[in-house]
Design a protein around this ligand. Structure first.
Ligand code: 6PG
Length: 237
């Protein structure tokens, strides 16, 4: 486990951007699944404003690790967030973008997106393989859209599953553990004080840590990299 702790969110964004840019430079085609929420906003802004010319975006193929079941122009949409903070600022061919259709029936979309992964991604270990999956972690230890209340979804046979947010009841479509752990690289972007408790429990393997979906992130490749700010790193600082 590669644990990187930086002073603040901006530095996390800068360091991850350099890391991502180097990965793309070394790959003719780079298939990446993005996370949602607020942390990626800072990262995407930094990427777009500082690495736009350095990255050949035609080499990058964008997918999502999860999406809220809302239309693509809804405030809650991860696609909308990515469009505002990244896609609207870079030259990326439309055919390189594979969004999860939050506006469609969740179960139908989970099936369709699994077929997209099967068709578009290279295979490894008998499964579609991402070059990189970016993950965030919620204060409850969820990752992607796998919440502690539905932790069994992590081990679902299907590549994508329909999840339900435990508070809002909002439906989501997202990747399951088999696909996440089949990625060549998993980058955990975790910032903010609200994550410190779970970071300590999960990285410190404290009693009960296995109850959190984020603890199940363990890519076959062994290439798991944490990008933490000091607030989230808490005692690991
Ligand atoms: C989502 C994300 C989710 C997110 C965490 C952390 O759709 O909300 O995929 O898993 O990564 O909730 O979110 P923050 O970065 O906003 O804390």
């Amino acid at each position: 486990m590669d644990l990187n702790i930086y002073a603040d969110k901006q530095t996390v964004a800068e360091k991850f951007s350099k890391f991502f840019s180097n990965k793309v430079r070394n790959n003719k085609a780079f298939h990446i699944a993005l996370s949602g929420g607020s942390t990626p906003k800072i990262v995407f802004d930094f990427l777009a404003e500082n690495f736009n010319d350095e990255i050949d975006w035609s080499r990058v193929y964008l997918y999502w690790g999860d999406e809220r079941c809302v239309p693509p122009d809804d405030e809650d949409s991860n696609y909308k967030m990515t469009k505002e903070h990244l896609l609207s600022k870079i030259e990326m061919p439309a055919e390189n973008i594979f969004r999860i259709k939050g506006e469609d029936d969740p179960h139908t979309e989970a099936k369709r997106y699994a077929e997209v992964l099967e068709k578009e991604l290279p295979q490894a270990n008998g499964l579609p393989q991402f070059d990189m999956v970016i993950l965030g972690m919620g204060g409850d230890g969820h990752t992607a859209s796998i919440f502690p209340s539905e932790i069994e979804l992590w081990d679902a046979e299907s590549y994508c599953a329909v999840a339900t947010h435990p508070e809002s009841g909002q439906k989501r479509v997202g990747l399951t553990g088999g696909i996440i752990n089949n990625a060549k690289t998993v980058a955990f972007l975790v910032t903010g004080e609200s994550k410190a408790e779970k970071v300590e429990e999960i990285i410190g393997q404290k009693p009960g840590y296995k109850n959190y979906p984020a603890s199940k992130v363990n890519p076959e490749s062994g290439d798991l990299i944490w990008f933490l700010d000091s607030d989230a790193a808490g005692k690991f600082n």
